[in-house]
Design a protein around this ligand. Structure first.
Ligand code: AMP
Length: 307
């Protein structure tokens, strides 16, 4: 099995109640691919960077088994830059700066290998680029998952809806589900979103876990309560990367495998938020990941006799 991930490879700057990160590496494709690489190894990234992006960071991705041939470097351009500030409860953040830079004129051209993947993750990125990637796949992938955010709903809703028609599974947060569907109830929102294309919907609820909708079926997974959330940046992309990583590793597309995928995604996201940026994602190994998955199982299991 192989997986293509399209998304941003970026510079981020974060302000949290614990301090400031300075300029660090981020981006939706960075988080998603590093997360998926904990479960699965045949991953190709499609993205764009400027002259300022350090080659060493790409080398590091390659050392994790991620193919970076699809990351285009623009020698006279600057890498996408995002700056955000978190409030005291760490649940809400303000975007202070979004500089699209090289992303503004990104016309992706997929290397041969990336076109042949069985699985495709359209990570958070301009919908027009997501569509161009979709169109270059040699055959219809077994599963197309898409992650997006309010930013693109605000400025490119018609293009986003065009991409959605070809997507199997959408991951968004509750606010975005409401914005996309115009419904307050998440159950009603899911029904409306199914009419737009996806057959599966994952609603990420941050520290309150995630919901999986499919037809009339519903699954809920909590997030692991953590003593300290240091930096929530990338948690959503890490979740989506872990999710698709498990689906690729198991090569099983069913409601049951998606339930397991949600737990893997949640476990990886719980690591991600423990340190600034991608730091923690690079430190964990399979044994630690499995230990954390066990904690999710313990968190939700109980015996009960009905009387
Ligand atoms: P998350 O916290 O999961 O929403 O992801 C944050 C990451 O998304 C950061 O590393 C940013 O570089 C990246 N990001 C922020 N805004 C955008 C955007 N409009 N499109 C794509 N990626 C973005």
């Amino acid at each position: 099995m192989s997986l293509t991930i399209v998304g941003t490879v970026a510079f981020d700057e974060l302000i949290t109640p614990f301090g400031q990160s300075g300029k660090i590496i981020g981006g939706s494709a960075t988080y998603a691919s590093l997360s998926a690489s904990n479960l699965f190894s045949d991953i190709s990234i499609v993205s764009i960077i400027g002259a300022d992006f350090p080659e060493k960071k790409l080398e590091y991705m390659r050392s994790k088994g991620i193919n970076t041939d699809g990351i285009k470097r623009v020698e006279d351009g600057k890498t996408f830059f995002w700056k955000g500030e978190y409030h005291n409860d760490m649940n809400s953040r303000d975007t202070l700066i979004t500089e699209l830079n090289v992303l503004e004129s990104f016309d992706p051209e997929l290397p041969e290998k990336a076109r042949e993947s069985e699985y495709l993750m359209l990570g958070n990125l301009t919908p027009a680029v997501q569509m161009k990637v979709l169109r270059q796949m040699k055959k219809r992938p077994k599963l197309v998952i898409m992650d997006t955010m309010n930013f693109w709903m605000d400025i490119a809703m018609p293009e986003l809806k065009e991409v959605l028609k070809e997507v199997d599974l959408l991951t968004i947060n509750d606010e975005e589900a409401r914005q996309l569907s115009g419904e307050y109830s998440l159950v009603k929102a899911a029904k409306k979103i199914f009419e737009m294309g996806p057959k599966y919907l994952v609603i990420k609820k941050g520290e309150h876990g995630a919901l999986l909708f499919h037809g009339s079926k519903l699954f809920y997974a909590p997030a692991l309560p953590l003593e300290e959330v240091f930096d929530p940046t990338g948690a959503g992309d890490t979740f989506a990367g872990g999710f698709i990583g498990h689906i690729c590793a198991s090569d099983e597309i069913s409601f049951d495998s998606m339930k397991r995928a949600i737990i893997y995604g949640s476990a990886l996201a719980s690591f991600c938020v423990e340190k600034f940026g991608t730091t923690k994602l690079l430190e964990i190994d399979r044994a630690e990941l499995h230990k954390r998955v066990m904690r999710f199982i313990e968190l939700t299991q109980f015996d009960m006799k009905l009387n």
